[in-house]
Write a protein that binds this ligand. Structure first.
Ligand code: NAP
Ligand code: F7E
Length: 361
């Protein structure tokens, strides 16, 4: 069954099959859980690793032999066209969410060629397979606010791209290829231009999680200092579970289109640090060391989303803003450090998401 209507009813999506690249990442894990809650059969691509890399999805994994299993994993790598092609051919998904990437901006300066291959060229590999497919497969490309780079805020779908890192250059190429395949071959290919979104599942070397995890470890007396780079960069930080719902909505439109998704509020790294530490009753200045190794050769100074289009088209209106996000993340990291959480973050989740579909932090 294909989805043709702009409607979120559960009936509409039952029996649908989605393929997620990057299912072991922050967004992929939430998206898998969300789609399962909607009745989808979900297939995910994972890399073979010598250590387990499924910690974010362990709670939704079941033995594939168990009757009723709806989540299936397939080994593959974005560099391997042949295997990507096999998986798409065998799974026959109606929707592909292409989330896998070398997603760390600072690291992209160290491995620019690899980042171009995985975060850029891999999108073309998948688009080419879709072009050759006889079926209509709805395609979501994980584009990023990093595309805007040095363009002045607020940024929307019409703002120029001025990428400032190998990561952003790779994503700019992937964005444009998605648009080109849509226009040239009439694929249902979309870009979600998502601003930073965070959660307790955020990778530990992104700045928000680095801060909330360090704070919890300082409170637990397992760490004394936090070492950071540029504190003055401004980001528009939202809550990841709400952003994966937006990905699904982007594929629900009658026509394939691109959307900016964010909160519309900007805050500096320093403000994040200050708010997190003060939530726990600490003064961040007593624990902070600035380390030049975390500065980037070129920086994105300010990104703030103008989400008018998403608000108008599908009612995008995120429930979680900056202060709530920090409390949610600090509470979760305190729990992970075996401390009793302060509790305001947990309460926010309970109140704002009474029917939450994600089961663990
Ligand atoms: P993430 O946590 O870093 O997850 C990245 C995923 O890609 C992981 O599952 C990773 O697998 C997989 N991956 C990396 N290289 C791969 C390869 N060569 N072959 C196959 N899989 C590979 O990223 P995220 O925060 O969930 O972000 C999801 C997507 O949205 C990314 O494309 C990111 O660039 C983009 N994005 C993120 C944000 C944000 O604020 N989070 C904003 C805009 C756009 P392993 O687990 O094995 O490493
Ligand atoms: O940095 C500054 C750093 O690495 C945010 C990815 O998901 O969002 C993410 O990219 C800011 C930057 O995220 C440290 O210089 C200071 O200005 O958490 P980040 P990012 O670079 O914005 C976009 C939308 C994506 O698409 C990406 O995939 O924080 N900063 N000190 C630091 N950053 C890090 N990581 N570590 C520090 O110690």
């Amino acid at each position: 069954m294909t989805i043709e209507q702009n409607d979120d009813s559960e009936m509409e999506v039952n029996n649908n099959r989605a393929l997620i690249t990057g299912i072991t990442g922050q967004d992929g894990s939430y998206l898998a859980e969300y789609l399962l809650s909607l009745g989808y059969e979900v297939h995910g691509i994972i890399r073979r690793a010598s250590t387990f890399n499924t910690s974010r999805i362990d709670h939704i994994l079941t033995d594939p032999h168990t009757p009723g299993t709806r989540l299936f994993l397939h080994y593959g790598d974005l560099a391997d066209s042949e295997q990507l092609s096999n998986i798409i051919y065998n799974v026959q998904p109606q929707e592909i969410y292409h989330l896998a990437a070398q997603s760390h901006v600072r690291v992209s300066f160290d491995i620019p060629e690899y980042t171009g291959n995985i975060s850029g060229l891999a999108t073309t590999r998948i688009l080419e397979m879709l072009r050759r497919s006889s079926r209509t497969i709805r395609f979501y490309q994980a584009s990023s606010s990093e595309l805007f780079g040095s363009s002045s805020p607020p940024q929307n779908e019409k703002t120029s791209f001025r990428p400032r890192s190998p990561y952003a250059c790779a994503k700019a190429y992937a964005f444009s290829m998605t648009v080109n395949y849509r226009e040239g071959y009439h694929l249902f290919a979309t870009n979600g231009i998502l601003f930073n979104h965070e959660s307790p599942r955020r990778g530990e070397i992104f700045v928000t999680r680095k801060i909330t995890q360090a704070l919890a470890r300082i409170l637990a007396k397992k760490q004394e200092k936090i070492y950071l780079g540029n504190l003055e960069a401004k980001r528009d930080w939202g809550f990841a579970p709400e952003y994966v719902e937006a990905m699904w909505k982007i594929l629900r439109n009658d026509e394939p289109q691109d959307f900016v998704i964010g909160t519309g509020q900007g805050h500096t790294v320093r403000e994040f640090l200050e708010s997190a530490f003060s939530y726990a009753g600490l003064d961040y200045e007593e624990y902070l060391e600035v380390d030049p190794r975390y500065f980037r050769p070129t920086e994105v100074d300010v990104v703030i989303a103008d989400c008018t289009k998403a608000r108008t088209k599908f009612g995008w209106n995120p429930k979680i803003q900056f202060d709530d996000l920090i409390k949610i993340m600090v509470d979760a990291d305190m729990r992970a450090s075996r401390l009793r959480p302060i509790g305001e973050g947990d309460e926010i989740i309970r109140k704002k998401f009474p029917d939450r579909w994600w089961k663990v932090d």
